[in-house]
Design a protein around this ligand. Structure first.
Ligand code: DC
Length: 215
């Protein structure tokens, strides 16, 4: 039997990364941050002087990029030529371009395969925009984590980041390929007035209840 996959989707700064990490810890599953995968590609392309408009060139480069998507302990990692990417992933050029890069169908197809591969051998909590709709459409564990625009902007500012999340969300929602949208069977959690602990508890309890029903 395939190991379980927990899908956590939502807009930027909705709190889904923090929540997904804690849910993974509580369940003992591996946490996979798919935004970091798109960010790594956006960063590498910028390093190479390639803009998101150069779709054909990007499609050619994908299979030969020196990027590795692995994990350390129970957390996903992205490496470039063996070096772990961290602060690079939130550089201004990445924040500006990542949603344009993530709209390229070839990029999405390339990463879809790698994202599904993580779940072949282990249980995962995967966080992103299209996990419940495209990556694991058959999982019974789907959560759409959201918060009001004001709360999300405040959370972003508290992280010291000043990128325009509303513009990025607009791009993510309006793209033709795998847009940010709630799966019809996802449980929606508005975190605007909730603590992180409350959100984690709601998701973990729901997973446990569903697991018992499905057993
Ligand atoms: O979660 P994040 O802010 O790090 O995501 C960065 C960008 O990548 C964001 O603009 C949306 C895109 N993304 C996506 O299109 N699909 C995913 N599964 C994850 C992220």
């Amino acid at each position: 039997m395939k190991p379980p996959a927990i899908a956590i989707d939502g807009p930027a700064a909705s709190g889904k990364s923090t929540v997904a990490k804690l849910v993974a810890k509580e369940l003992g599953y591996t946490f996979i941050n798919t935004g970091a995968m798109y960010r790594a590609i956006a960063w590498y392309l910028a390093q190479q002087g390639v803009t998101p408009a150069q779709r054909e060139k990007i499609a050619e480069m994908l299979p030969i990029m020196p990027l590795d998507f692995g994990k350390e302990g129970t957390v996903s990692t992205v490496l470039c030529a063996g070096k772990r990417l961290e602060s690079e992933l939130t550089e201004p050029v990445v924040n500006d371009r990542v949603s344009l890069v993530a709209a390229i169908p070839e990029v999405r197809a390339f990463l879809l395969h790698k994202q599904r591969k993580y779940n072949e051998s282990e249980a995962v909590v995967m966080e992103g925009r299209d996990i419940g709709t495209v990556v694991f459409p058959d999982t019974p564990f789907k959560y759409f984590v959201t918060a009001s625009e004001e709360v999300r902007a405040a959370r972003r500012a508290a992280q010291g980041l000043t990128d325009s999340i509303s513009e990025r969300d607009k791009n993510d929602r309006e793209r033709a390929c795998s847009p940010l949208t709630r799966a019809a069977d996802a449980r929606v959690i508005d975190t605007s007035d909730m603590s992180i602990e409350q959100v984690v508890a709601e998701i973990v309890n729901d997973i446990k209840a569903k697991t018992q029903t499905l057993a």
